[in-house]
Design a protein around this ligand. Sequence first.
Ligand code: ARG
Ligand code: ZN
Length: 874
Amino acid sequence: QTVHLKDYQPPAFLINQVELNFKLEPSATLVTSLLHLQRNPAHPDGRAPLVLDGQQLKLLSVEVDGQPLAASDYQVTENHLTLPQPPAEFVLQTQVEIDPANNTALEGLYLSSGNFCTQCEAEGFRRITYYLDRPDVLARFTTRIEADKEAFPVLLSNGNPTEKGELDKGKHYVIWEDPFPKPCYLFALVGGDLHPVKDSYTTSSGRKVALEIWVEKENLHKCDHALESLKKAMRWDEDTYGREYDLDIYMIVAVNDFNMGAMENKGLNIFNSACVLADPKSETDMAFHRVESVVAHEYFHNWSGNRVTCRDWFQLSLKEGFTVFRDQQFSADQHSPAVERIQHVALLRTAQFAEDASPTAHPVRPDSYIEINNFYTLTVYEKGSEVVRMLSELVGWDTFRKGSDLYFERFDGQAVTVEDFVNCMAEVSGLNLDQFLIWYSQAGTPQVKAEGRYDAEQKTFTLTLKQETPPTPGQKDKQPLLIPIKMGLVSRTGHPLPLEIDGEFHGTETVLQLNKAEQSFTFHHLESEPLPSLLRGFSAPVKLSYAYSKEDLAFLLQHDPDGFNRWDAGQQLALTTLQELISAQQQGQDLELDPLLINTWKQLLEGQPEDPLMLAELLQLPSEAYIAEQYECVDIDAIHIARDYARKTLATALYPEFLRLYHLYTSDQPWSAEAQQLAARRLKNTCLSFLVVTDAAEALQLAEQQFQQADNMTDQQAALTCLAHAENNQPGDAALQAFARQWARDPLVMDTWFSIQVTRPHPDALDRVKALLEHPAFSMKNPNKVRAVLGAFAGQNRHNFHRRDGAGYQLLANAVIELNKTNPQIASRLVLPLTRFQKLDDFRKGKMKEALERIQQEKLSPDLYEVIQKALVS
Ligand code: ARG
Ligand code: ZN
């Protein structure tokens, strides 16, 4: 069934208080719930029945105000418990039995590595007990948990612990009380043999908060980084947004089996262990960064999500877009802002743009869904964050902060909408943001065509901007958006020029507001033809084109005052050069790399780099996915061949330069998290990857040496990847074996071991994937393993996944069919690469649709049904 935004109705009943009692048993957990219910005066029908959500529950009893109900007083269906004529105010008691041990969907209450844990967002609570499972029903929760003391010594839930004790038969119990009313998607429970790392934090108003990270014993040494990150995030939210934490305790629990990254349950975050555990010996710098940003993200939700929550799931981006924006600001403050921006934009422009052009395209605020789990997407999260970023740029930071204060103050304890948020910004800024709201309702990536004309006589430069958003499923006609274009003009001698528009001076940088289909802006008093630098800092999530020559791009790469745009000019230069190779390849001509690119890179590599981290970014060729984004008809093979050729040619031509930098940034100092070292590792390993593609014996030796001697996972893994991706598989296979012996007992490290192999660029990749699916360390039941093998293969090994014989598609389809039976959420994510066939050749298109049709023969979960349906009608 499809749910529509326009059909929203307030709930017929409110729940003031909830008392839950869990008797934890792996296969037969008893859940008793007392709901203090009351008719909602805001509901139009004063005699509406009470319809509670519930799935896969064994109902044992129902009582109203202490009286058992006769079977005729209620109805039970697959998804609901209905009381047709309930009193206006009453206490409902239900008792149900659930089976956490057989819960492979990892929604609701389940077992992970023998520990009980929960995941309730979005609609998992209905798998725990009968309830009004919707975010606009906020209640106070008291949770009593009872379990075997030996097997489950630790029992956690939201809020503060108020009572605990021993019971007969080796059992014990704990009672938790959460003073803050919350929707049930923020409920959490944990029971298991876990161990804490403890610390405390004092808020700026002097409240002392206990901090606890709970993990399996063997992971206790991997918690320091998450703890430090949490304290940084708490301080940052006080300093930047004036937001303080509100309970006496903040807990994080790491679990091995988790569908997503982490979950912001009130006072009791539950994390995928991959997003909390980090030790330099076993986790890379990238993993450290991920831990810091996810810990911060979940912490920031305590205000943007928990204190102020969503009215309904269509408003998901209200909390996710804003919280991603906040975590990106936080990361920019901890690290290099330009590099942070580059990495976020790279993700957005490949994966989110591809989603926006696919059959599953949807607005930041979708207007309908079958399964809400399908909408935890890059569009809702990443594009949603871009929309908030534009808002902050439009009104300015100080005003944005005022708007944010107003939002938190006005709506504290409420469930609200995107309009409520935007209206706060309109109110404090005095701006009319009606047109801006279209960003939330219109899907698709806007294309902005920019043209510049210099008039030597008038000494003017006229910039004409045209916007157009391509049609997306269900949205044929698009309206013009308000698009902020941050820009400047650069002289041909490399200086920023003063901007004069209609007699007004704007310094050397301004934000043009494009709000019509076409608009022109004329800049005056320009002695010679300038070069425009457009969309600085990626000021809007659009595809902007301007007819730069390659020389212009090389010039901007050197002289653009905006760090992000310097990088982007480099990317465009590489892209243009790659596109020439792709055409040559398609026409059967010999490939020849434009020496301009080689010389530009040579200049970058010479001398002492000013900013090694930035240099490492400048030395990334656009990914195959990003190259594919530029085409209407994508030639998978030509893209791969051209990029591979460019990589090898650059590596060969600049071998001495790469080698020099490799040595310059190799140190024998022990690992540290410090920024300089981190940058050095990144640059050095970038150089190593170029050295090794030349197949030079010396380069392979360097990689082997680094692999053996590394004291940290960043260097060890980088070297392993170089070896394992080399055409000659012998040194790589030996290193892979050694690595597996060393790390067999660390599941997170084994995830990377899997991923490295399945992303091998050579034709044997698919056979390796097949073999790895049979490996004893692999499990279809563990989402991290599924992502490490199948997700990484389909997502990051494009040309092997898209093999012409369709074997890649068949492999993925088989896995999806299997997962459909056990974990619908994961199945429905894993299938997405099969739905991205719009721009491929007819042959591949046919094979992909065949694979989808084969999946469609199965009895599908709503999750998969929705995605496959959309793909096959497109
Ligand atoms: N709210 C979580 C976050 O921090 C994500 C949870 C999503 N869960 C799901 N089943 N779709 O982003
Ligand atoms: Zn979130």
